[in-house]
Design a protein around this ligand. Structure first.
Ligand code: BV8
Ligand code: ZN
Length: 254
């Protein structure tokens, strides 16, 4: 990744009045959580349609629950990484940051981020398919799958957004507003293939991508930083805000 690209990205962030961030599974990769489409990815042994859809749950709720409980166990054993922490620290110091995440793992919460818009739901939240009863749960196993609703006995499901399901309306509207109002959208660790979340990138006034691998948006963003979030976010966000920041002098040729 070029030092010039990082310097330009730092300049854009330092000059930004408000920042929005869109994260995907890649920001949790350095915590040891497999991504969806990468090597050894979460989808590797399954096709998304076979697990993360209402049809799959209707057909085989037990297998779907086993997959989510397996993911809960992996996440419970993991820790937020330097990328999660850099975002939380930036929000704490600068305040003007809205974090939009496609992730359901809760690692941003555990890193200390507060203003989080979970556009694909939360793996640690459950919802009744019968009466709509909601609860938070950190269970890694249940005596029976699917677990019955404590209110009406109908099957509980993970309160995540499956393919073919709408995103939570209020959360999504807030995410759209945050991107529209932000001077810079930081796009971190997403292959940008899942919509409508990926569509937020085209609506940004100025986007900076952090990803070791090119995505369909890499050639359209202001700066594409090719590298891991755990390394680049601390370098990018660590400097705090300084409106007078000017672009540092170009690196003298070696
Ligand atoms: C909707 C929650 C409409 C569950 C997820 C047919 C029917 C219906 C809809 C569709 C359809 N065909 C297409 C669609 C739209 C569909 C879609 O986009 N499909 C894709 C596959 C084409 N979208 C939907 O269905 C959405 N709903 O459209 O509703 C509607 C309207 C009205 C009425 C009814 C319906 C709902 C989509 C939400 C699906 N749920 N997750 C769960 O987690 O189990 S999606 C899932 O993918 C996760 O949320 C994940 O975050 C997300 C996106 O993946 P990424 O985060 O990008 O992860 P990925 O592995 O792909 O990439 C990781 C990246 O990280 C890579 O680029 C890698 O290079 C990078 N990386 C790796 N290491 C690092 C790193 N980056 C930085 N640092 C590192 N160290
Ligand atoms: Zn119920």
């Amino acid at each position: 990744m070029s030092e010039l690209a990082l310097a330009e990205a730092r300049r854009l962030v330092a000059a930004a009045e408000s920042l929005a961030v869109l994260t995907g599974a890649g920001i949790s990769a350095e915590s040891g959580i497999p991504t969806f489409r990468g090597p050894g990815g979460l989808w590797r042994n399954f096709r998304p349609e076979h697990l993360a859809t209402p049809e799959a749950f209707a057909q085989d709720p037990r297998t779907v629950w086993e997959w989510y409980l397996w993911r809960r166990a992996a996440i419970a054993a993991a820790e937020p990484n330097a990328g999660h922490r850099a975002l939380a620290e930036y929000e704490r110091q600068q305040g003007r940051c809205t974090l939009i995440t496609q992730n359901v793992d809760g690692l941003h919460d555990r890193a200390g981020s507060r203003r989080i818009l979970k556009v694909h739901g939360d793996l640690w939240q459950e919802r009744c398919t019968g009466c709509g009863h909601q609860r938070r749960s950190h269970a890694l196993a249940y005596p029976a799958l699917p677990p019955p609703c404590p209110e009406c006995g109908a099957p509980l499901r993970p309160a995540v957004v499956w393919f073919g399901e709408s995103l939570p309306r209020v959360v999504w509207a807030e995410a759209e507003r945050a991107v529209a109002q932000a001077d810079v959208l930081l796009v971190v660790g997403t292959a940008a293939q899942v919509y409508p979340a990926a569509g937020l990138i085209t609506r940004a006034r100025c986007a900076i991508e952090v990803n070791p691998t090119p995505t369909p948006f890499s050639s359209h963003v202001a700066v594409a930083l090719a590298g891991p979030a755990g390394e680049l976010l601390p370098a990018l966000l660590g400097g705090g805000r300084d409106k007078m920041t000017t672009c540092p002098p170009p690196i003298p040729p070696a």
